[in-house]
Ligand binder design. Structure first.
Ligand code: FAD
Length: 489
């Protein structure tokens, strides 16, 4: 397939402006990025409305300056999501072209070879991505190609909400209050109708050749058993949550032993569902208990992107520079035990094993596991952030570093450093019967409730070979507080 009547000659530089005769019959390119859906997709909608053949493109850009390469779990997700997107687009008569390389070269090449007269996309908010998009826009516009970009993946673009003082919001409650009082989000757009089919093959990479899936070893069995990437999977996941779990969300969202949260995070991350769709679907449930709380979590996502836009170094630089002097420990054995779920603290290890197996971890446990790495082991939060980036299917350029800095105490509106989670008490409180830790740590599955969060107290046998704690929490806590006090001094 290809665009109907696109210039069949690959033109030489400079890129020619199509002649008036051909403009009427040329195609539109839609550049897909973190918006792998066909419904509520303003860029696709606008392209289809032009009434010409549409060509979709996804560029795997691992070379442009500053673009963070995807982690392993996200690559797995991307492979499947692109497969599904390609199927959905084909039903609309839109071919999905895959290109690998720098976005600027890939886009200009595609536009040249198809003779497209317009390119549309939905905006991104990371600084490297903005730089790439600006360069592409300039190059295309200089060649006479019409470029249109849209707001699609955030309810509030990061520059739209401004505090009365200071350059941007640093406190969530003020941010969310401003967001809630700025008027309701727009209703989602419907799925566009079909387009005039294109009639020529456009060269495309084969998805398999990108080798996004893990081999030797293939560690993705647990991911495949847990998730259905793609727009249909997203809609189904959200629908199940709203039908079954929304009423109990406020009460149970902190309980990892219950499936009480939506698990839509990877779908939102890849834009298989838009926040506008989530918002409307949740509000349609009326004033069911849980709606406000759930929407405020969507608000935390908005806040993280607000922070990233205004602090492009969020994944590498402490927002609070006092933490630049923090005496992080170089502890490879500790990091190894944490990553492998062998710290000897069941709630931490269960979370890390859930992460490794499914590519996802419950939010409460993310906080406990992150606190353990940062405060009990005193390992730099950036090393934890990098591990999550590699292993989470929802690894998000804003949510991940913002949350790590929140736990570390170095971020905006962050938990104070001195609030150090006791992993045993957290386990007892949020997994009171031990169902969660038993599920992920078979070694301790038979322990009684009284011991399941403290297996080191087992006096008979060896708790199934489960390791002893890598640190004594009470000692580690004092060490961390002393280090923090040193910062203040
Ligand atoms: C150390 C750490 C790292 C994290 N890394 C990520 C990440 O890479 N990607 C990611 O999407 N979330 C991250 N989070 C936030 C949160 O843990 C996940 O969004 C949530 O667990 C996803 O599960 P859910 O979809 O069932 O959430 P729900 O409770 O159903 O919430 C609905 C949606 O709201 C958003 N959301 C919920 N909580 C938060 C939060 N605290 N901050 C920002 N957005 C939130 C997510 O998009 C989520 O899908 C991290 C949290 C911590 C403590």
């Amino acid at each position: 397939m290809g665009c109907d009547d696109c210039n069949p000659q690959i033109p030489s530089d400079p890129m020619p402006v199509p002649s008036p005769a051909s403009i009427g019959r040329t195609c539109t390119v839609v550049w897909f990025r973190d918006d792998l859906r066909i419904s509520d997709n303003p860029a696709l909608d606008a392209a289809v409305r032009r009434g010409r053949p549409v060509v979709a493109v996804y560029v795997l850009d691992e070379t442009s300056d500053g673009i963070r390469p995807l982690g392993g779990a996200a690559r797995w997700w991307l492979h499947h999501s692109l497969g599904r997107l390609g199927d959905r687009l084909r039903e609309l008569g839109v071919p999905l072209v895959l290109r690998r390389g720098a976005a600027l070269a890939s886009l200009t090449d595609l536009v040249k070879s198809t003779g497209a007269t317009a390119v549309t996309w939905n905006r991104r908010y990371g600084s490297a991505e903005i730089a790439v998009d600006t360069a592409v826009k300039t190059a295309l516009a200089n060649s006479g190609v019409q470029v249109e970009s849209f707001a699609a993946n955030l309810l509030h673009e990061p520059w739209t909400l401004k505090p009365t003082s200071g350059p941007h919001y640093k406190v969530f409650t003020a941010f969310w209050k401003a967001a809630r009082s700025s008027g309701p989000p727009r209703p989602p757009l419907p799925t566009p109708g079909g387009t005039e089919p294109a009639d020529r093959d456009i060269p495309s990479d084969a998805l398999e050749d990108w080798q996004l899936l893990p081999r030797q070893p293939d560690w993705s069995t647990g991911l495949a058993a847990t998730w259905t990437p793609g727009e249909d999977g997203a809609r189904e996941r959200l629908g199940c949550f709203l039908d079954q779990d929304l009423p109990g969300y406020t009460r149970l969202r902190d309980r990892p032993d219950h499936a009480a949260t939506s698990m839509v995070s990877p779908h939102l991350r890849f834009g298989e569902i838009s926040p506008f769709q989530v918002w409307q679907a949740a509000l349609a449930r009326g004033d069911e208990s849980g709606v406000d709380k759930f929407l405020s979590e969507i608000g935390w996502r908005e806040f993280s992107w607000h922070l990233l836009f205004h602090n492009p170094g969020l994944a590498s630089t402490n927002l609070n520079p006092r933490f630049d002097r923090f005496p992080w420990r170089d502890d490879d054995d500790g990091l190894d035990a944490w990553q492998g779920g062998r710290t000897g603290y069941p709630i931490v290890d269960a979370g890390m094993r859930q992460l490794w197996t499914t590519g996802w971890m419950h939010n409460r446990v993310r906080m406990i596991a992150a606190s353990f790495l940062i405060k009990d082991l005193m390992i730099d939060w950036r090393r934890g952030e990098a591990w999550f980036w590699d292993t989470l299917v929802d690894a998000d350029a804003a949510n991940n570093p913002a949350s790590w800095q929140w736990v570390a105490g170095s971020g905006a509106d962050a938990a104070p450093f001195f609030r150090i989670f006791n992993p045993t008490l957290q386990g007892r409180k949020f997994d009171p019967n031990g169902a969660y830790v038993r599920r992920w740590i078979p070694e301790i599955a038979d322990l009684p409730v009284s011991l399941v969060h403290e297996p080191w107290k087992v006096t008979t046998g060896d708790a199934g070979g489960y390791p002893a704690p890598v640190v004594d929490h009470a000692v580690a806590r004092r060490r961390a507080l002393d280090a923090f006090k040193g910062l203040k001094d």
